[in-house]
Design a protein around this ligand. Sequence first.
Ligand code: ZN
Length: 220
Amino acid sequence: MTNAERRSKQRRKRKRQVKILRGMLTVAAVAILVLVVRLIQILNPNVIQEGETPDFIGAIPVHTKYIPEGYAGRPGTLREIRSVVIHETANTAKGTDSENHSRYLMNEAKSTKISWHYTVDDHEIYHHLPDQEIGYHAGTAEGNEEGIGVEICVNEDGDFEKALDNAAQLTAYLVKQYHLSLDDVYQHHEYSGKDCPHRIREEGRWDAFLEAVKHYMGTI
Ligand SMILES: [Zn+2]
């Protein structure tokens, strides 16, 4: 091997080493970036990652079962949360609890622009959409863009009083989680004029509902 050949070989070897080193540095940089992002998420409880909503709010179990991405009811549009929009399902048929509405949305939201974030009944909560994404429930673009939609079950075989109380706990949690105030809790009616939440409105119980939310804001 001539000196020229030896130098050329060494040069190729150095080049390989530089390449490997660069690769290692890139991997390390990506790992550090992932760690920093994760740390920011941990230190900032306001950022909830998909699938990381609590398993319980108070003593109420929360089932996270998101409408699949790409369905008509889940455009995946991120927004700033400014309100909680209270609805009632207006479905009094037996068995139309929150699980039933979860199944309904899994079918219906596939090809229809219909969706909301939570359904609450007398014993549990289903979470259908990440809070940071818009849904189609308020009847107006403004309501859909800024609100978290909460549906309260009114099935005749359910305990409406308990469902209302559970909804107040969920609403209190959301108000606190997103640094909102009681003034940011709206009836669906206030956005679109629809008579919803029907029973709360008909029975004149809106103020009492807000009082319950306020109470739970102190305990949740
Ligand atoms: Zn409504």
